[in-house]
Design a protein around this ligand. Sequence first.
Ligand code: IVH
Length: 672
Amino acid sequence: MNEAQAKKRIEKLREELNFHNYRYYVLDDPVISDGSYDRLMRELEGLEKEYPRLITPSSPTQRVGAPPLDKFEEVRHAVPMLSLANAFEEAEAREFDGRVKRGLKTDLDVEYCVELKIDGVAVELVYENGFFITGSTRGDGLVGENVTQNLKTIKSIPMALLLKKGGSLPSRLEVRGEVYLPLQAFQEFNLKRERSGESLFANPRNAAAGSLRQLDSSITAQRPLDIFCHGIGQFTGATLASQWELLDALQAWGFKVNPNRRRCKNIDRVFDYYREMDDLREKLPYEIDGVVLKVNSFRHQETLGTIARSPRWALAFKFKPKQVTTKILDIVVNVGRTGALTPTAVLEPVRVGGVTVSSATLHNQDEVDRKDVRIGDTVVVQRAGDVIPEVVRVIPEKRTGKEKKFRLPDRCPVCGSEVDRPEGEAVARCTGIACPAKLKETIFHFASRDAMNIDGLGEKIIEQFVDKGLIKDYADLYRLTLDDLLTLERMGPKLADNILTAIRSSPKTTLERLIYALGILHVGEHIAKLLAHEFSALEELSQAPLEKLTGIKGIGEQIASSIVKFFEQKGNQKVIRKLKEFGVEVPSRPARPRPKDLKLEGKSFVFTGGLKTLSREEAESRVESLGGKASSSVSKKTDYVVVGEDPGSKYEKAKALGVKILSEDEFLELLR
Ligand code: IVH
């Protein structure tokens, strides 16, 4: 076969594979066997291997296997991705209908296209000349993240539009939809995480969002994400008159559209649909949190237009959370990865919102006190979208007098270390450095890039170290031998040697990185930097009294007391001694005097876009040397946003929040 013939065959194979993919993943109605599908795929792979020049990004072979990314690029949506106004009661939905009629200057009924509101993650898929080019998250509505590789792993997303004979092909099409994780997959996924001691996702939406935000698409590929498409952004080509026609068109192009949509000729029919869907909800294999009403006619949608960030022609009519009553058999304490102690009610098992629940979070002691929840109480429990149910209130009339009050323990139930709950904070935490519940996270932080920067020490490896009992704290990392490493799964001598070298060279670092690496609560990179300025060695910091710490500009009571408590803990002292014994000690140096000219004291800066005269790091370090703080995200507390070339979404956010914006020249002037 020559190249021209191969090209023809490749195109034919892709078309066939796309079609069968659609039959299987979108329609759930395959017309060939798995074996025949695999044969077609293998033939295509073989030809593409022989003629690599003919590989295209939207070939069905390109759904998996892309190299991991360092970060996600930003994608600006050609048409902003809006959000929806909400209604919780029929009366509010009726008011919406009234507003629509006034907007359209009519007394007649308005027809709505009503759909399920899928509780997932909003995405946009861009097709050019029929091929899937880019996919992105909603982000702030204007700019999202490029998650194309991850979206390609979702088999119900077409790599190429299906075309009916004689049908016209839109030259550019932006499709919007909701990526979700089916309930069963979510439950299995969380169970697996629970078994391996990982933190759980609160709900399928969070799990879907977490899966979509993986830099390594091979991880996303392991999660059976799916999508329902429900709208478009920019598009050129076909003419469509209504939302209903649009959904038909999406379906015809090969997108998965939810089958439960309905055209309702007036608001009363919408209410019928709402009630039916509320009943159906428990039987659906995915989560929905309401229905979405859309004025069906596009002409009418245009007349109505948009206010702020949501269209006047659409409404999310939310379901009420499902509530049931049950009894609290016990209250137990869970210790999370950050050491947070969470009181959890053990419930008499009860079905709510389609699943059986046997425990509910009580969040923290304040919540227990506020709701006056006692062991033995009869309570109202609800699932409000979240799969982890919540105790709403106690039914005091059901009390017998035998109920017992609950108090969080003073010592961690896992490791026995002291529990700390600073004034004014709701969360109580275990202070033990070697608490197994916290250990994996603590070590991961210690080894991370901005801390000790131990290359190659990923989550999977750390997990095995801890599970095999090879390390009990981060100091033990320095005790590891080649033989220890070789006991791990999928570990060859070369990789083991690289990791060992990375561990052993990590102590050659700066004091601020070491302080940051220790994982002291509230001590992030910025505070670690301030401390490294003030103290000449870890030893000196570990003995610093509270007053000395609070005397440092930028360090308040809360942070200071967290530092003191950290070094007071016997367990922590032991680990730090061990670090020293293993030679993890940065060279002692005279404490650097803090810069005198602190003209940017207390001011926070965010940079967006490229600067012409300085690198981002230089700019940040100039700010910090003058007592200011450089942060990566814009909030109301940001003092200045410095805008360079091609600024990102931070610029829009700064404008929206009214934060002072500086050009590069103005910034340099300020530094002078
Ligand atoms: S239409 C301008 N339809 O709900 C209209 N959204 O709360 C934009 N959502 O960001 C959305 N199911 O991510 C629409 N059938 C559906 C939906 C849906 C879920 C999400 C969507 C949107 C959010 C708004």
